[in-house]
Design a binder for this molecule. Structure first.
Ligand code: SAJ
Length: 421
């Protein structure tokens, strides 16, 4: 049976581009989201998130009547679940964060009443191992009149698979089409039907495995990057202690044909790399020692940067004995969680800037070319030129393209990205 109507549950950074992509291939798409504002915005042909080229896709899809957004699920031939999977706040300091599957549970219970024999349900959200089986269980509990792959395998009424999203924010529209896709069906038929669905727009290879391996593959990709960034961040602190330029060191080491060290920074931000490794650690805490340690190294890096700013401030005051801390202006360059985007969520740069504004008695400036305002009274958003004329201590936190052209002769510089050497 082919897929005429496709429902995407969760219209965020992954769900909305995916919905728009199916619509661009002339499929009828029903997007579901609990956020009324998102639903209204999409139905006007506009978008509520920032992602290059997505506005054109959504506008065309809505105008052609191929994409509509609703708050309650309607019948469809395939359901893709792309809801957040955050972790639960730790009760005690040092506890391993546990995944929070409440959004997947809510989405499963919401679509269950409209499921019909022959439907395909795909979990796209990054999930701990076992989440797809758990989702199938929630669906089966809600619909005892239908059969599911955990009990009926190839002959189940409903097919279920995990096909993790792997696109890079800022490049979602291209990567959705071009990246290879890992397809983890709960049975062979579940996988084959998922491949058929994704081939509507995916030009990359759709590689079949089982649901648990697909879940672990996604977690492994992001944990691998986290461990590699932790290595670079640890090197940056060791080199600082030993008076070695870490950027030069890494570029020298990377000349070895089998070495490719990533870049240090102020810490790891975003909603994926700083979260997903915990899904492995919480399942196998005794075994995932390296992954846990890497998380610790990356999470501590912002504190190290804040200490560097405190040391620079003390040195500045010692060199300028007529001044007090109130007379000193500190500028933080970049607030986003990575270069050339406007996304401030889970951003170490923003956390560091706020922490500096909280301890420092003088002026704190922020330069973030990708936003128009900041809702903090003790942080003043300024342009690069304004900052250059007023600042005593410069703190580079994000390597936005605009900052690479800045030439500083000042003495007090903390450059966490190595672009002002
Ligand atoms: N970062 C460094 N040094 C580096 C590279 C990155 O400090 O050398 C920092 C960035 O500044 C940022 C954080 O790491 O704070 C994460 O940025 P990122 O560009 O590595 O990744 P994300 O979070 O934007 O997207 C990742 C991608 N995963 C991988 O590259 C393995 C993407 O493909 C996933 O789809 C996405 O997570 C996701 O949704 O899981």
């Amino acid at each position: 049976m082919s897929f005429e109507t496709i429902s995407v549950v969760g219209l965020g950074y992954i769900g909305l581009p995916t919905a728009a992509m199916f619509a661009s291939r002339k499929k009828k798409v029903i997007g579901v989201d609990v956020n009324q504002h998102a639903v209204d915005t999409i139905n006007r042909g506009e978008i509520h998130i920032v992602e290059p080229d997505l506005d054109m896709l959504v506008s065309a899809a809505v105008q052609q009547g191929l994409l509509k957004a609703v708050t309650a699920p309607e019948a469809a031939d395939a359901f893709l679940i792309a809801v957040p999977t955050p972790f639960l706040p730790s009760e005690n300091a040092g506890d391993i964060p546990k995944p929070d599957l409440r959004y997947i549970e809510a989405a499963s219970k919401a679509i269950a009443p409209v499921l019909k024999k022959g439907d395909l349900v795909i979990l796209e959200s990054t999930s701990p191992v076992g989440a797809t089986e758990q989702m199938a269980e929630w669906l089966s509990e809600a619909r005892s009149d239908l059969t599911f792959p955990q009990t009926h395998g190839e002959s189940a009424d409903i097919n279920v698979a995990h096909c993790p999203e792997r696109v890079l924010p800022g490049h979602v529209v291209t990567e959705l089409v071009q990246n290879d896709r890992v397809i983890g069906g709960m049975s062979k038929r579940c996988s084959e039907r998922s491949v058929e669905l994704y081939k509507t727009f995916v030009m990359g290879e759709c590689v079949i495995t089982n649901a648990r391996t697909a879940e672990m593959a996604k977690l492994t990709e992001n944990s691998c990057r986290d461990v590699q960034i932790a290595f670079a961040n640890e090197l940056s602190m060791i080199c600082d202690e030993l008076d070695i330029d870490v950027w030069e060191l890494i570029s020298l080491a990377n000349r070895h044909p089998r070495i490719n060290i990533l870049q240090p920074g102020p810490g790891v931000g975003g909603h994926c790399i700083a979260v997903d490794p915990w899904f492995i650690v919480s399942k196998t805490p005794e075994l995932a020692k390296l992954i846990k340690t890497a998380r610790g190294v990356n999470d501590k890096k912002p504190e190290w940067v804040i200490d560097k700013v405190k040391i620079a401030l003390a040195e500045f005051l010692q060199a300028n004995p007529t001044k007090t801390a109130q007379d000193v202006t500190i500028a933080c360059y970049g607030l986003a969680f990575k270069p050339d985007i406007d996304d401030l969520r889970e951003s170490p740069a923003l956390d560091i800037t706020k922490a500096i504004a909280d301890f420092h008695k003088g002026q704190v400036l922020a330069i973030e070319p990708n936003i128009d305002s900041i809702d903090r009274e003790n942080i003043k958003l300024v342009t690069i030129d304004e900052s250059l004329s007023e600042t005593d201590i410069h703190v580079l936190l994000v390597d936005h393209t605009q900052f690479k052209k800045i030439k500083l002769n000042d003495e007090y510089i903390i450059d966490t990205k190595g672009i002002w050497k």
